[in-house]
Design a protein around this ligand. Structure first.
Ligand SMILES: Cc1cc2nc3c(=O)[nH]c(=O)nc-3n(C[C@H](O)[C@H](O)[C@H](O)COP(=O)(O)OP(=O)(O)OC[C@H]3O[C@@H](n4cnc5c(N)ncnc54)[C@H](O)[C@@H]3O)c2cc1C
Length: 433
């Protein structure tokens, strides 16, 4: 029998923390969640769309219970230069199939729902106070937390503090991510009637669209824009790597990039007449597998973005499904270790085994090279959008003068940049995908 105050303390009630608390409390463990926001979701932000597969594993009835905005059935990827847009627009019933489906969410209501599920399962919550330190015994094993005046002990601490990995760095010795591995995200929410959103995106009633942008939205710097349709609002924003945002040679602050993005001809008509009701900013890890730190310690586990679990593929952004799955696996491993009477790193190693066997670590490993390709692929953000605009201008404009064959109009545009150079860049990128 342990004389700790709780079996498990969870730091942070985002997707990872709340799910960990729910799973551990459902298994009969005493669980305390400490969340620094005044309520779950108060400080959280996402683009955002959640791929539902990992949520369904924990909450089979999530579709009827969770505050989901729209099921995403339309995907758009747009390349922008200063005054043009080239968009791939895709829709298919496969996107709506059970297990492959995804939903736009707003983190305020979504995180509160997750917290209610955890509380309903028996987890206790303290909100409005930050955990400042992880307590350790003389052997260095984590045995609890300090929050304000209070020291509270537990057999296991699940650190789900998100992307600002202060506890992990300060108390567990993990390294601070490099600027090129972190991005800053900025987002605004615009209210629009549901019918207007459906008309502007050609959506059947209740369905939604996701749109990712590359090019002029970040003034040609590494990063990208995003847009998600909610029930009666639109989430619009962009991310730029810290090295882009703060590095030399960037003369445009990120907030100005967003202002310009909102005025771009590809975006302005979408939010025409809409009222901006929310503005937020948040960091996001984008370094992929190479930034996953040690995540199993004596008495402690890291889950979600605290463990660097996030992937920006340019055509997919994934963090929440990783957070949900890792929160579940951390809780399962903690319960197993507590039942076996061994909360050392060896006793908690079931977490690493589960993670390695799951899509979380497998996907991060598969796409390990991608963040490096993006970092070095300046052309994707500058030259390609310009080239796309020139190619499509050549293809679609008719001025009454006799036309050259299309290939003679297009080849000079590609040759101007270098046919082999372009082909090599594309080959390198494809090999990382
Ligand atoms: C601009 C942007 C767009 C994104 N788009 C998408 C998307 O479309 N799809 C997707 O899947 N992912 C997206 N992500 C990533 C996704 O939001 C994260 O991966 C996900 O929220 C991580 O969940 P988490 O539980 O690990 O962390 P979080 O959700 O950040 O939760 C961490 C919690 O810990 C609390 N906390 C932190 N420190 C302490 C402390 N010391 N004491 C107490 N509490 C603490 C915080 O207040 C917070 O509630 C996006 C992120 C950004 C920034």
């Amino acid at each position: 029998m342990s004389d700790a105050d709780f079996d498990i303390i969870v730091v942070g009630s985002g997707c990872a923390g709340a799910v960990a608390a729910y799973v551990a409390a459902s298994a009969g463990k005493s669980v305390l969640v400490v969340e620094r926001g005044n309520y779950a979701g108060a400080k959280n932000m996402t683009g955002g769309r959640i791929y539902s597969h990992s949520l369904k594993e924990v909450f089979p009835d999530f579709e009827s219970e969770a505050p989901l905005e729209r099921k995403i059935t339309h995907e758009r990827i747009a390349m922008l230069n200063s005054d043009s847009e080239m968009t791939i627009d895709f829709t298919s019933p496969v996107l709506a199939e059970e297990g492959k489906d995804s939903y736009s969410v707003l983190r305020g209501p979504f995180d509160q729902w997750l917290a209610e599920k955890a509380e309903g399962a028996g987890a206790e919550y303290i909100c409005g106070i930050a955990v400042e330190e992880l307590l350790k015994d003389e052997s260095g094993k984590v045995v609890g937390i300090r929050a304000g005046e209070d020291e509270i002990t537990s057999q296991v601490v699940i650190v789900a503090e998100g992307t600002n990995t202060l506890l992990s760095e300060r108390c567990l010795g993990n390294a601070r991510p490099a600027p090129c591995q972190m991005a800053v995200g900025i987002k605004e929410v615009f209210e629009l009637p549901a019918g207007v959103i459906e008309d502007r995106f050609l959506l059947p009633e209740g369905e939604g669209a996701a749109m990712l942008f590359v090019g002029d939205c970040t003034h040609g710097k590494v990063g990208g824009g995003f847009l998600y349709t909610n029930r009666d609002s639109i989430s619009l924003g962009l991310v730029a790597t810290i090295s882009t945002a703060a590095g030399g040679g960037n003369d445009t602050p990120v907030y100005q990039m967003l202002e310009d993005f909102k005025g771009h001809p590809a975006v302005a008509p979408i939010i025409r007449g809409a009222k901006m009701v929310e503005h937020s900013g948040h960091m996001v890890p984008e370094g992929g597998y190479d930034m996953v730190p040690q995540y199993v310690f004596d008495g402690a586990l890291l889950a979600g973005e605290a463990a660097g679990l996030c992937m920006n593929m340019g055509y997919q952004v994934r963090g929440m499904d990783f957070a949900v799955a890792s929160g579940r696996m951390a809780a399962e491993a903690a319960v197993e270790a507590i039942d076996a009477g061994d909360a050392s790193a060896a006793g908690l190693s079931g977490y690493a085994r589960r993670m390695e066997d799951s899509f979380v670590i497998k996907d991060l490993k598969t796409f390990r090279k991608w963040p490096h390709v993006m970092e070095e692929w300046d052309a994707m953000f500058n030259d390609y959008p310009t080239m796309a605009a020139e190619v499509f201008n050549a293809m679609f404009s008719v001025d009454g003068r006799p036309q050259e064959p299309l290939r003679r109009r297009i080849m000079p545009i590609i040759k101007k940049r270098g046919l082999f150079k372009t082909a090599n860049e594309v080959r390198k990128a494809v090999s990382a995908l």
